[in-house]
Write a protein that binds this ligand. Structure first.
Ligand SMILES: [Fe+2]
Ligand SMILES: [Fe+2]
Length: 279
């Protein structure tokens, strides 16, 4: 049995530098790095074998924001227990993309890369029984408010082959990326913003899950926590959105949280939420 932590959408900002990149300073206040820090401390206390962070670690991809995130995640990175994927806010500006800020500051293992190089799919063994396949769905576009995410045919093909290969060896295969695959209909109205930034090839993920044994799909992007089951090759496949680990909110589904999954060869055995302020 392996214990995997999952947080997302930290949206770390430096309020004093806003307005910037289309955001007001007040919008920064929707997120609190202190809440995220509390959850990271709680994860270390309960003890996880690995932590996956599914993107939107910064508010608008600024260098200082990446530095602060790297500081927050350092204990997990230094222990070799961290996997990070980028979100759309981490590639919000042309600057952020051209200078490969995400990869240089963090990279797939949170330790940063001196020389930025294509890094996904990033495959991480979780003990002997499971494997995490981290994918990059963040795409830059001229209008970041309407730019969809995309995994692309190469990553999807690689994910399919990895799933087949590891499942053959009896391991549970978990996919992790930023964008949502499915929107629970009851949340669409209140999350209209994010509904304009879907995963363009979500249908290919649904197909992959239907055809290959995938134990779970982990993502963020929407700042609410939810679980949707997709029809999978070997039964219902959980698709888990961790919401935001820094959101300042009273609405129960929006409260900052971290998830802890217990995983064995047969898949996700349990899902536990650590909710900020309730520990
Ligand atoms: Fe986000
Ligand atoms: Fe996002």
């Amino acid at each position: 049995m392996v214990r995997l932590g999952h947080i997302s959408d930290l949206h770390v900002s430096d309020r004093s530098r806003y307005p910037r990149n289309g955001f007001t300073a007040r919008e920064c206040e929707k997120h609190s790095a202190r809440l995220a820090k509390g959850l990271l401390d709680a994860l270390r206390e309960v003890g996880v074998d690995h932590l996956v962070v599914t993107g939107d670690v910064t508010f608008s991809g600024e260098s200082r924001e990446f530095e602060r995130v790297a500081d927050l995640l350092r204990p997990f990175a230094e222990a070799g227990k961290l996997t990070v994927v980028p979100g759309n806010h981490d590639v919000w500006t042309e600057d952020a993309v051209e200078t490969a800020r995400f990869l240089r500051a963090l990279g797939p293992d949170g330790r940063g890369m001196k020389k930025a190089a294509p890094s996904y799919p990033h495959v991480v063994p979780l003990g002997a029984d499971a494997v995490l396949v981290a994918l990059d769905s963040a795409r830059y576009g001229d209008d970041p408010w309407t730019t969809p995410g995309r995994l692309g045919s190469e990553q999807l093909k690689a994910a399919r082959e990895l799933a087949r290969e590891h499942a053959k060896q009896g391991r549970a295969v978990l996919l992790a990326f930023h964008h949502h695959v499915v929107l629970p209909p009851e949340r669409v109205d209140s999350d209209a913003h994010v509904a304009r930034m879907p995963l363009a090839d979500a249908d290919q993920v649904v197909r992959l899950v239907a055809e290959q044994p995938i134990a779970a799909v982990l993502h963020g992007h929407r700042h609410t926590a939810f679980r949707v089951d997709l029809p999978g090759a070997e039964g219902p496949t959980p698709v888990l959105c961790a919401g935001s680990a820094s959101r300042v909110a009273d609405e129960p589904v929006r409260r900052a949280r971290a998830y802890v999954y217990e995983i064995d060869r047969s898949g996700v055995r349990s899902v536990e939420a650590l909710v900020a302020g309730l520990e």
